[in-house]
Design a protein around this ligand. Structure first.
Ligand SMILES: [Zn+2]
Ligand SMILES: [Zn+2]
Length: 77
């Protein structure tokens, strides 16, 4: 079983945290690089600010969130 690491801001995936975080992220409001999502893999991801849900992190985070105080896009819970 291979586990993937996903960026919580854009949903990009990599095989390890170190390979994920060496690439820059266009949706990270606080920094330049991808930030690993720390939750477990789910069939649905909910935005922690507004409760919108999507079947993947990448589809959740490509939509803008009206309630995110720090950034523009939904952020998975
Ligand atoms: Zn990212
Ligand atoms: Zn949202």
């Amino acid at each position: 079983m291979s586990e993937k690491v996903y960026c919580k801001y854009c949903g990009s995936s990599a095989s390890s945290v170190s390979s994920l975080t060496q690439h820059s992220c266009s949706k990270n409001p606080e920094g330049k690089y991808h930030v690993p999502y720390e939750g477990s893999e789910k069939s649905k991801y909910e935005c922690k600010y507004c409760g919108s849900s999507a079947s993947s992190i990448s589809s959740l985070t490509q939509h803008s969130c009206s309630k995110n105080p720090e950034g523009k896009y939904h952020v998975p819970l």
